[in-house]
Design a binder for this molecule. Structure first.
Ligand code: CMP
Length: 149
């Protein structure tokens, strides 16, 4: 089963949306396997967003991600990467589909509440960047017998 990195960004933390965002993922049927509430260092921020270096929004993005704590998590489940991104919605709140976190709670691009890995390769690299292997918990939700084929 796929694993994916999910960050509740500083705007989600400051706006008191940690519980709401986790609830959406839990109710979708995904399984939380790691979580830590943390202040992001500039070094980690730059590594995480290295792919965006050079883009016009990059400096403000780095300042934003280190501006307040984040809730970093790993979630798993069948097609977890696509499932999480579907629940989160498109980058810009005004382009996100109805029922998504970003359409319900965001308007623009930078303050979009959540980061979610976009491919299996990215997920593996991002999980390795944010978590040690021993921080991932091996368990199963009782709901999975009624949800996972
Ligand atoms: P995220 O999924 O974390 O990946 C890169 C982030 O850059 C993105 O969410 C937004 O927070 C931010 N971002 C992407 N495009 C723009 C943009 N056009 N202007 C400002 N920020 C952006």
């Amino acid at each position: 089963m796929e694993k994916t990195l999910v960050l509740i960004k500083p705007d989600g933390v400051q706006r008191g949306l940690i519980g709401t965002i986790i609830e959406r993922l839990e109710k979708r049927g995904l399984r939380l396997v790691a979580a830590k509430f943390m202040q992001v260092s500039p070094e980690l921020a730059k590594k995480h967003y290295a792919v965006h270096e050079g883009k016009a929004f990059y400096p403000a993005l780095i300042d934003f991600i280190i501006s307040a704590p984040v809730m970093a998590m790993v979630w798993t489940g069948p097609d977890a990467i696509a499932a999480v991104r579907q629940t989160v919605g498109k980058t810009r709140g005004t382009e996100a589909d109805p029922g998504t976190i970003r359409q319900d709670f965001a308007l623009q691009a930078r303050y979009n509440l959540v980061h979610a890995s976009d491919s299996p390769e990215t997920a593996e690299a991002e999980i390795g960047l944010w978590f040690k292997p021993e921080e991932l918990v091996d368990w199963k939700r009782c709901t999975e017998d009624w949800m996972y084929e």
